[in-house]
Design a protein around this ligand. Structure first.
Ligand code: FE
Ligand code: FE
Ligand code: ZN
Length: 287
């Protein structure tokens, strides 16, 4: 049993640069966007410096890496242009993820905008049944969402409903985000065990593949989705974390977090400064 802890890192210099950045933080895993999270412009796979990156990862004990699909993929959209772009981009993102040797592709399930949740869930199911293939070699991990706006995935039942409708269920996983589940109303601070029981009975532990470890600037149930640095104190310019380090330690020490990528998506203090190295050390140090 091992703890795989890392953060989001930049892929702008290819896999090799991403791996070196992660290593500089003391990480043994990491998460990347294959390009800007806000758009679908992507470099060809041949320019991603994959072989050098894999070699560096092997030499430096980095593994279990995660790719995050861009936010603008919306498989729940009723607009055919957005929906079709989402499906075609997701197909190419699956190819890139596999080429990078990543076993997990995290996806925000989608937002139903002017329609309703039932419409959105069915639209996502239909898209996934088109996009997923038997021979793909990764888990497409639907992320638990914060309950902001019309995002699907704000509770375990919505995620379970998607899985239920997908034919190739064995290709699906779930990414559990601590900020999002806290914001959407799950009491991960006082009752993580109870939240896990509910996860298991509603979705099933076999689907739980990745964790995003973040603090939250807001109270339980606030439905905001604003990430905080771990254990951030009031003098941190990014604000105070309402989840707290004790709760985060309790979560990462849970058996369910062993052998799974635990990824920080905590805020940067400014354009040049993040706290990933310090936060990874905090998580490793435990209590
Ligand atoms: Fe996400
Ligand atoms: Fe997340
Ligand atoms: Zn978030």
């Amino acid at each position: 049993m091992a703890l795989y802890i890392g953060s989001h890192v930049s892929m702008s210099g290819g896999l090799i640069a991403a791996a070196k950045e992660a290593h500089s933080y003391g990480a043994n895993t990491f998460m990347i966007y294959t390009g800007a999270p806000q758009n679908t412009l992507r470099k060809p796979i041949s320019e991603l410096k994959i072989e050098e990156g894999k070699l560096f990862m092997e030499e430096n004990g980095l593994s279990n890496i995660v790719v995050h699909a861009p936010y603008i993929i919306n498989l729940a959209s009723f607009k055919s242009s957005i929906y079709n772009l989402a499906k075609s981009f997701l197909k190419t993102e699956i190819e890139r993820t596999q080429a990078l040797g990543a076993g997990y592709l995290v996806l925000h399930p989608g937002a139903y905008t002017e329609m309703d949740a039932e419409y959105g869930i069915n639209r996502i199911i239909e898209a996934l049944n088109e996009v997923l293939t038997k021979d793909m070699n990764l888990y497409l991990c639907l992320e638990t969402m914060s309950g902001k706006g019309s995002e699907i995935g704000r509770n375990f039942s919505e995620l379970a409903a998607i899985i239920k409708g997908v034919e190739l269920k064995e290709k699906l996983g779930i990414c559990f985000d601590t900020c999002h589940t806290h914001d959407s109303g799950y009491d991960i601070i006082n009752d993580f065990e109870g939240v896990m029981d509910e996860f298991d009975s509603t979705i099933g532990f076999n689907y739980l593949k990745v964790f995003h470890i973040n603090g939250s600037l807001n109270a339980n149930g606030a439905r905001k989705d604003r990430h905080a640095n771990l254990g951030a104190t009031p003098d941190n310019p990014k604000g105070k974390d309402m989840i707290g380090l004790d709760a985060i330690y309790n979560i990462i020490q849970h058996p369910i977090c062993q052998d799974k990528p635990l990824i920080l998506e905590t805020p940067w203090l400014d354009a040049k400064t993040n706290l990933y190295k310090e936060e990874i050390a905090l998580l490793r140090g435990g209590k």
